[in-house]
Design a protein around this ligand. Sequence first.
Ligand code: CP
Ligand code: NVA
Length: 303
Amino acid sequence: MTASPRHFLEIPDLDGGELRGLLARAARLKAGQEGRDRPLAGTTLALIFRKSSTRTRVSFEVGIQQLGGAGIFLSDRDTQLGRGEPIMDTSRVLSGYVDGIMIRTFEHAEVEELARYASVPVINGLTDRFHPCQLLADLLTLQEEFGTELSGLRVAWVGDGNNMAHSWLNAAYRLGFELRLAVPEGFDPDPELVRRAASAAPVHLVRDPREAVEGAHAVNTDVWASMGQEGESEARRDALRRYQVDATLMALAAPEAIFLHCLPAHRGEEVSAEVIDGPQSRIYREAENRLHAQKALLLELLT
Ligand code: CP
Ligand code: NVA
């Protein structure tokens, strides 16, 4: 019997030591100290996108190519998956061709099903529930700014209790840093994820954005309507209006605080242009770090 493959569907799929090791590797890859010898030569990664993407698609395609392998972009528009072919069949068939599968889709259960039937590693490139690859990049950005010991940091989340908020909860659970989430009533993250994170780290769910941001080293937000929620945009804008990260809010954070956003962003909604385009913003470095962090992940899972 062959050993079951290693998947990355959510942050806790790596333990704290593995996560720290992966971030260290990402830093070495970024510095050009590793990965120059085409370590993934002959390796192929399928990239299934059932939702739009700029960063995830390009960083995975470029990343595998830089490591000597190849990526195959598969969209709903031109695969049988988009016409309703079962996940099980897709998973088993692709497993016969490629060495790994990255998938971006709506329901998290679909990624779990794909992984259940795959004989190659499956990577979650975003679901309605989690966006773990983004967190790898965000943690790398925090390390570059504040050093590798992340457990002493205070991180603020302001806005919707969405897939990114869930992923921050999972990162706090694994690494132990303080996380304060300010979320309006009705938009709370999954209480089970809050409970689990709070069992391992100082995690607080509050209603007042000022309470979350006070003294924080990093202030994070994300769009108020995620992919698939476009029809709720107006109602969400009304409910989340008080949760914009603007200069007044940012001033409550630590003096050395940075602003993070996974992008795409809506200036004037969840964040003011002054903050996202200002000196504390690290959004472009954060986006670049997707490439380095995912190269480390690919090396971890595919070799
Ligand atoms: N942050 C992120 O995942 O961006 P894309 O939707 O462009 O991939
Ligand atoms: N929460 C956003 C993140 C996009 C990268 C979404 O799911 O659309």
